[in-house]
Design a protein around this ligand. Structure first.
Ligand SMILES: C[S@@+](CC[C@H](N)C(=O)[O-])C[C@H]1O[C@@H](n2cnc3c(N)ncnc32)[C@H](O)[C@@H]1O
Length: 379
């Protein structure tokens, strides 16, 4: 697909280039912040699976430079206009502020970003190359947070507390939905395990999920550690995709929970026998009955204390006037497609492209020039 065609079909891809974001994902974080006020009071953040770095850019511009985006920027502007209307600011001030926003950089900001891929540097952000599923990554992140105070024997979330952990991690998709969802959930558990080790009490965790058929298990597990858990779908995330974000707020460490035992290996707690409610007993949490008209009714047992069937509230976020990520927009005839702001520095497919080029594929020979019109296999 050419750049121009992609500009038409993906409004956020085009906007990202126009507004200087490294990836369209920036809008997802901005829209999540609009809904949940994620950055309120936040100064220390870990950005997992961060390359090429658009979420880190948002963090840098909001926390370090003190800029506002989306709803926050709109509210700021409305406040200024109100001051002008109330006679507290001159028209010139109001116009100047419109073009030169009032920056409010925060103090003692620390942002650590990590990815398997190297990431082009960003001012004020510590970037690491590493695998979040590997245990050696945790001490590296703790050390990057506070290099001067790091002590390998004593460092943990109490010595290096973090306000917010975000993870936009996604493995290379295979197209086999069940496998992709499984690999994604493993990445999510690694992100959560890492978050549990650095978050301060009351901290927040935001991570990408795919809403597969067992997504309620993810909600239930998050609910063990966060008082408020929601599933959010920003407008910039395609409606046609299973992608969503789990937004977990108000972190607490449950009594007796051991960080030494990885969460995805925890033995499930056996369910105690349920008391019989009205009618027939529930077997394995469900019961069937037949109504007079022959309709079979299937009921599921509900138990307030049982988190295993808990469903997180679903929130669609982002202004309704925002661009529709599934729509194709007509572009002006003189539209010039821009190049991406920051192409990946070393993507896993880099070598494949080089080999293709060498063989005359992609940008060299076209179909028909090879034997039978097929690309030659790599050698
Ligand atoms: C959708 S991209 C992230 C985009 C990023 N949030 C941004 O705004 O630019 C997903 C990233 O997850 C990374 N990733 C996948 N598995 C990982 C792992 N085990 N450890 C670290 N990063 C991983 C990939 O390298 C990829 O860069």
């Amino acid at each position: 697909m050419g750049k121009s065609s992609k500009d038409k079909r993906d409004a956020y891809y085009r906007l990202a280039k126009e507004q200087g974001w490294r990836a369209r994902s920036a809008f997802k974080l901005i829209q999540l912040d609009e809904e949940f006020d994620l950055f309120n009071g936040v100064t220390r953040v870990v950005d997992l699976c961060a390359a090429p770095g658009s979420w880190s850019q948002v963090l840098s511009r909001v926390l370090i430079k003190g800029e506002n985006f989306g709803r926050r920027a709109w509210l700021e502007q409305r406040e200024r206009e109100q001051r002008f209307v109330n006679g507290q600011a001159s028209f010139d001030d109001s116009v100047t502020l419109h073009t030169a926003p009032n920056l409010q950089p925060r103090e003692n900001v620390k942002i650590v970003a990590i990815d398997l891929q190297p990431m082009a540097s960003l001012e004020g952000i510590t970037t690491l190359v590493g695998d979040i599923t590997h245990p050696s990554t945790i001490p590296r992140i703790l050390k990057a947070l506070d290099p001067d105070d790091y002590d390998p024997k004593q460092s943990d979330s109490s010595t290096h507390p973090v306000d917010l952990v975000i993870s936009d991690g996604a493995p290379d998709v295979t197209g086999l939905h069940d496998l992709d969802i499984y690999i994604q959930s493993q990445l999510l558990f690694s992100a959560l395990d890492l978050a549990l080790r650095v978050l301060k009490p009351g901290g927040k965790f935001v991570a990408k999920i795919f809403r597969g058929k067992d997504v309620d298990l993810i909600y239930a597990q998050m609910k063990c550690f966060f008082k408020d858990v929601r599933c959010a779908k920003p407008r910039s995330s395609r409606a046609s995709s299973l992608e969503a974000f789990i937004v977990c707020q108000d972190f607490f460490m449950p009594k007796g929970y051991s960080l030494d035992q990885p969460i995805n290996l925890r033995t499930p707690v056996p369910r105690p026998p349920r008391p019989i409610k009205d009618g027939a007993p529930f077997i394995d949490g469900q019961r069937r009955s037949t109504r007079g008209d022959g309709t079979i009714v299937l009921e599921f047992e509900s138990d307030e204390d049982d988190d295993s069937g808990w469903i997180a509230p679903f929130v669609a976020c982002g202004d309704l006037s925002a661009w529709d990520s599934d729509a194709t927009y007509q572009l002006p005839a003189n539209h010039i497609p821009l190049d991406p702001v920051q192409p990946p520095t070393a993507p896993p497919y880099k070598r494949a492209i080089e080999l293709r080029k060498k063989q005359g594929g992609f940008y060299g020979k076209t179909k028909g020039q090879n034997d039978g019109g097929l690309e030659k296999p790599f050698v």
